[in-house]
Design a binder for this molecule. Structure first.
Ligand code: FAD
Length: 508
């Protein structure tokens, strides 16, 4: 077997440095890894909310949680609060982790559906520890020393400062032997002949320096320097399902309490994120330029901040969709170079992690096996499409009648894969997680119920237990959840004790 030697990562944003950190950890100095980035071009500078899977990345890379949060001004995240999504005035939380406690072979929510229909169940959130803890601004990591308690089920993620995160990962990667070159790449060159004719063989900098490689990871952001500008791979556009195409981002002053959740508030033609960090709040308005002007979007954003803005809103443009191939020739696109899905469920950093894992699973030798590449691309497409469906769900499942934007979303034709999920839920409240798609039954039910989709019937086997017993069982779960939340410390107090940030992190 002929092992390749030189890996070139083009771009030093979150994608570039996450890839460098993971590869330098796993490949243990056996490969040369170089990151090329341009200070002048900079990074997109957003991407500050995550999902619990990031803990797995941190474990692989050997990141100490408290140190990492101190260095990035980070906080903990138990879920996402959605405001005004189903109808104006609605509010629900998508909490991470488990819901209730399963009994026999029927999922917990089926008993809840049955009792709710009889008016004998409480709102779904009361059976979920992360939702109730988030509402109470409580946080602690899971504890397994209390036996079979919901305290063992606390699933969480992080909020962090995107610039500080890239800087932190850079330090870690360089300490593990990754070389960094600063400079603007003007173009790439390709092999003209031989076994791998068409492969990229080098990138050329403005200075004239030529950096050769065998495997190129394109982390150059939206421009897709290698995957698109050089290889012209093509882009699959999903804007007919997800029509938002612009964002304005603005930091604001911190306010109390320090909430352990991201907030997403729907507006007339888009939505606004709120990400609490230790030293500031990250905010942004994602919107559809066909329905709202930039000035109106900026005014809406600024009118909905909790604290004073710390800068002018910064515009970002995007197109939702994915590259036709994530891996083309000897180039793998990771991060924004691979495509874009809006950050409604904080999935982009996860997709970077997923791509890096796939790269390790299908790591090439000099042969660049076509079946391996095809399988890598199948996996990528599967993950992107399933997350896309979940995002579309939020838009489609609305009963708002206050704007043409929301009505168009409610009436659009959704992908078949999403239609099947909606039909299945409507019929008997069932949710089927296909293969290893990212979002579990617990995620889907929270959004579907939160946006007012109620099944017509429940699972027939939820009738096997008699009514008083079922009420008692639900009540038991609810009481235990409430007791556990009462036991948990305040989020701000936990952060102050374990991972308070150094005095002057990056301001925005
Ligand atoms: C509005 C918005 C909000 C988001 N919020 C979230 C969120 O909450 N959670 C989440 O998970 N994700 C979020 N994302 C996505 C997240 O920001 C990105 O996935 C993440 O930052 C990775 O970006 P990147 O590294 O691919 O690209 P970038 O940050 O754009 O980095 C590109 C790199 O390539 C370099 N480069 C480009 N061209 C050249 C060149 N010619 N020569 C040399 N270097 C070059 C740049 O200098 C830079 O280092 C959001 C994205 C947007 C647009």
């Amino acid at each position: 077997m002929s092992l390749l030697q030189d890996i070139v990562i083009v771009g030093g944003g979150t994608a570039g440095w996450m890839t460098a950190a993971a590869l330098s950890t796993v490949l243990r100095g056996r490969y040369r890894i170089r990151v090329v980035e341009s200070d002048e071009i900079g990074t997109v500078g957003v991407g500050e909310a995550t999902i619990p899977m990031i803990q797995r990345f941190n474990r692989v890379v050997g990141i100490d949680e408290n140190e990492f949060l101190r260095e990035t001004g980070g906080t903990f995240k138990l879920g996402i609060e959605f405001v005004d999504w189903g109808r104006v005035g609605d509010r629900y939380m998508h909490g991470f982790g488990r819901l209730g406690q399963d009994l026999w072979s029927v999922p917990f929510e089926q008993y809840w559906h049955r009792m709710r229909a009889l008016g004998r169940a409480q709102p779904l959130e009361q059976y979920c520890i992360t939702r109730m803890a988030a509402k109470a601004n409580k946080f602690m990591p899971p504890r397994t020393d209390f036996g079979n308690s919901p305290l063992a089920d606390i699933a969480y993620a992080y909020h962090f400062d995107a610039h500080l995160y890239a800087r932190y990962l850079r330090g870690l990667s360089e300490a593990r032997g990754v070389l960094r070159t600063e400079g603007r790449i003007t173009h790439a060159t390709r092999r003209g002949e031989g076994a791998h004719a068409g492969h990229v063989d080098a990138v050329v900098l403005e200075s004239g320096e030529r950096i050769a490689g065998e495997l190129f990871i394109d982390c150059s952001g939206f421009r897709g320097l290698l995957i698109e500008q050089t290889l012209q791979t093509g882009f699959e556009d999903w804007t007919h399902w997800l029509p938002c195409d612009r964002a304005l981002a603005v930091p604001s002053e911190s306010v109390k309490p320090l909430t352990p959740y991201t907030r997403s508030t729907a507006h007339r033609a888009g939505w606004q994120w709120r990400i609490p960090l230790q030293h500031r709040i990250g905010n942004g308005h994602v919107y559809c330029s066909a329905h709202v002007s930039d000035d109106e979007a900026a005014a809406t954003l600024l009118a909905h901040l909790d604290g004073k803005p710390l800068a002018d809103p910064r515009p970002i443009r995007f197109r939702t969709g994915m590259r036709r191939l994530a891996w083309n020739e000897n180039v793998i696109a990771i991060g924004l170079a691979g495509g874009f899905l809006e950050p409604l469920e904080s999935t982009s950093i996860h997709l970077i992690q997923q791509a890096v894992q796939q790269l390790l699973d299908f790591f090439p030798d000099r042969g660049f096996s076509a079946p391996d590449i095809a399988e890598f691309n199948r996996h990528s497409r599967f993950h992107w499409e399933r997350i896309r469906d979940f995002i579309i769900l939020h838009y489609h499942l609305n009963q708002r009648d206050d704007s043409a934007f929301w009505q168009a979303c409610a009436h659009m034709t959704v992908p078949d894969t999403l239609r099947e999920k909606l039909d299945l839920y409507r019929s008997h409240g069932r949710i089927v997680r296909r293969d290893n798609e990212l979002f579990s039954e617990v995620g889907w039910i929270q959004v579907m119920e939160g946006q007012n989709l109620t099944p017509l019937r429940h699972h027939p086997l939820a009738e096997l237990r008699d009514e008083p017993d079922t009420v008692e069982y639900l009540e038991g779960v609810r009481e235990v959840v409430a007791k556990c939340v009462a036991f948990m410390p305040d989020h701000a107090a936990y952060v102050a004790e374990h991972c308070a940030a150094k005095p002057a992190p990056h301001p925005a």
